[in-house]
Design a protein around this ligand. Structure first.
Ligand code: ATP
Ligand code: MG
Length: 557
């Protein structure tokens, strides 16, 4: 993968230098048929960054030409996501606002003899189209007169025909080696209520006809899309030309972003939502912008990640750990450090005076001293992690076991003297002694210990729920997950990849100074990782933390 290369920037530079363009307008054109995902973030960053670099403009345009799949819920969510990513659009447009103009351009094509109404069914059109090795065959309706076509198209618009009874096709070349030019369908009948235009229209333009017109109407100069549209570029240019659009946008393709363990098609993501595999589009396991936001990823991290993946013609697969790297980088200095115990085990410090509590001082973020310090209570009973005690440890286990001494972060050394089991043989309580000489910050050098544990004072601990995540899909290979097919077994295999252990919910405790944490606040829990307060499940009485990323990473840029 090429890093940071940007051939699109070079095209724009040349266009401005040669005078081909006087200004730059880009657009981000989502179809409002689902929530945005991280692949869309790439398109957003590319379009807005380029316009920014050349003092241009970027429109947010909803490509809403398919009434059956689109909804204003998605329009709202998409706007929110783009803004959250840190971008302000110049123009806000809906393709459906151009339906009248598109209709008129289609009429113009008919008048020029460049479009005709066809009565073939969808299947017949497909059969007549030919293949890569065989030329197409003319429809028997291809020779209709201009007058007849004008009349039929008008009647299509008036609603005289049912869905699929007729289509309008561009009249280009049934022998073209480019199948996209073999008289593509440009209008179809669909008696459906549109989220924006209601029942005003019953004919709708096809994407490949609508998109170039939308770009031209908005005077977009560089229409950036993904490489699956490369073969459509000649059709794009044909439509701009033959519809006599004044403005001549240029389509430029780049490779899609794919990341490991994730599907990136709205259709599949919708399936995960609709079939209840996740708790909505913003489930923290989803690769959607709203899911990443809820999980605790930051716009800064997403933008840095997307920029690092570079722009090239090829579509590589990017390791999701690269995104994790950037969120760690972003939160390192911003997130307060704290302690939380996710699987609590009680420790009684038997030689610590009963009823006494002392306040220990700790820096909020040692890497960012400006964040100041915090107070942590310490008393006779604390919680540690269950995994930080073993009755019978293996070699190189430096945490608590009978007779061993460890350091409690920000506090004292404690030594395990004894432990208590319940009737099932589970260890439920540890008894330790502490050494008052070893207080953190006292400069004690008498002896060393190998383990340092995090802990929370039991008497003041705030109960908290921890939600730990693993990838939602077990297969790393997105091409396998994305495989587009109508064969039912392929669909099945995608859902077969859903990881049954992708969410683990644990009840633990956090430091008392965190009781007022607000949704989306982010913290680094010592020895665990970065967590963010969940906006959906957190209530006045219950703090819920989502694991953003663990601290450890094997990933190197
Ligand atoms: P999906 O298959 O997820 O529905 P789409 O391409 O149909 O994606 P649109 O709403 O049409 O979704 O996309 C808006 C813009 O985002 C388009 O310009 C599209 O090329 C771009 N885009 C979508 N997915 C990716 C991706 N994975 N990487 C880069 N750009 C993407
Ligand atoms: Mg789409």
């Amino acid at each position: 993968m090429e890093h940071n290369s940007n051939f699109i920037r070079n095209i724009i530079k040349d266009d401005l230098a040669s005078g081909k363009r006087k200004h730059v307008i880009t657009r981000f054109p989502p179809e409002p048929n689902g929530y945005l995902h991280i692949g869309h973030a790439k398109s957003i960053v590319i379009n807005f960054d380029l316009a920014d670099e050349f003092n241009g403009k970027t429109n947010l345009r909803f490509d809403d030409t398919n009434p059956l799949k689109e909804d204003s819920e998605y329009v709202h969510a998409i706007k929110e996501d783009v803004q959250w990513l840190g971008y302000d659009w110049d123009g806000l447009f809906f393709a459906s606002d151009y339906f009248q103009e598109m209709y008129e351009r289609a009429v113009l094509l008919i008048k020029k003899g460049k479009a005709y109404v066809d009565d073939l069914t969808q299947e017949e059109i497909r059969a007549y189209r030919g293949t890569l090795t065989e030329p197409g065959k003319d429809s028997p309706y291809r020779g209709r007169s201009i007058e007849e076509n004008l009349d039929l198209f008008e009647r299509m618009k008036k609603g005289e025909f049912g869905n699929g009874e007729k289509v309008l096709r561009a009249k280009i070349d049934m022998n073209s080696p480019n199948i996209n030019l073999r008289d593509p369908v440009i209008y179809r009948i669909s008696h459906a209520t549109h989220h924006n235009t209601g029942d005003q229209w019953c004919i709708y333009p096809m994407y490949s006809f609508a998109h170039p017109l939308e770009d031209a109407i908005e005077d977009v100069t560089h229409s950036i899309c993904t490489t699956e549209f490369e073969d459509q570029r000649p059709l794009y240019n044909w439509i701009v030309e033959e519809c006599e659009m004044e403005s001549k946008p240029q389509q430029i393709e780049f490779g899609r972003l794919n990341i490991t363990n994730a599907v990136m098609s709205k259709r599949k993501l919708k399936q995960l939502v609709d079939e209840g595999f996740v708790d909505g589009w913003d489930d923290p396991r989803m690769p959607t912008i709203s899911g990443l936001r809820r999980r605790g990823y930051t716009p800064e991290a997403i933008r840095a990640f997307v920029r690092e993946t570079g722009i090239s013609k090829g579509s590589g697969v990017v390791d999701s750990q690269m995104l994790d790297h950037f969120v760690r980088e972003d939160l390192k200095l911003k997130a307060p450090r704290t302690m939380g115990v996710v699987r609590p085990l009680k420790v009684v410090i038997t030689n610590y005076p009963e009823g006494q509590t002392e306040m220990l001082e700790a820096e909020i973020n040692p890497e960012n001293p400006e964040m100041g310090s915090r107070q942590i209570p310490f008393s006779r009973e604390i919680y540690i992690e269950q995994e930080d005690f073993m009755e019978d440890p293996p070699k190189k286990y430096f945490r608590l076991f009978p007779g061993n001494e460890v350091r409690l972060k920000h506090a004292y050394f404690i030594k395990c003297e004894d432990f208590v089991k319940d009737e099932n043989g589970n260890v439920v309580e540890i008894h330790c002694t502490y050494d008052i000489e070893t207080k953190s910050g006292s400069g004690f050098t008498g002896r060393k210990v190998k383990g340092t544990l995090h802990w929370v004072d039991a008497s003041q601990a705030v109960p908290a729920e921890f939600r730990l995540y693993e990838p939602l899909l077990v297969s790393e290979d997105p091409t396998e997950l994305e495989a587009e097919s109508t064969e039912p077994e392929v669909e099945k295999s995608f859902l077969d990849q859903v990881n049954p252990n992708s969410l683990q919910i644990l009840q633990g405790f956090v430091e008392p100074n965190m009781k007022d944490a607000s949704p989306q606040d982010k913290f680094q829990f010592f020895r665990h990782g970065y967590f963010s307060v969940d906006p959906k499940h957190t209530t006045e009485n219950k703090l819920v933390f989502n694991l953003v990323v663990s601290l450890k990473s094997s990933f190197k840029l």
